[in-house]
Write a protein that binds this ligand. Sequence first.
Ligand SMILES: [Zn+2]
Length: 93
Amino acid sequence: MNIFLTIFNFFYEIFFGCSHERLTRPFTLQEQTYKVCLDCGNQVYYSPITMRPLSAREVRRMKAVQASEVRVMAPVSSTPSMIQPNERKSNAA
Ligand SMILES: [Zn+2]
């Protein structure tokens, strides 16, 4: 392969995302709608509302929302064990 074409594609994917055209149809998984590139496995996020590709900024916002949801969910899934009221301390006895 032409080295310049390789470099071009490298930067193209950085600035414009995946440059391949063999994409799956959009599907929704775990409340995310995206296509997957059959060549490189890159995920192209779509808005389930407009069915258009999300911009980089929208993807960041989406991931930030998900991260905040994880933080909210975390205390529920990993509730610290309650201090038992009748727990005796060795130095109190
Ligand atoms: Zn690709």
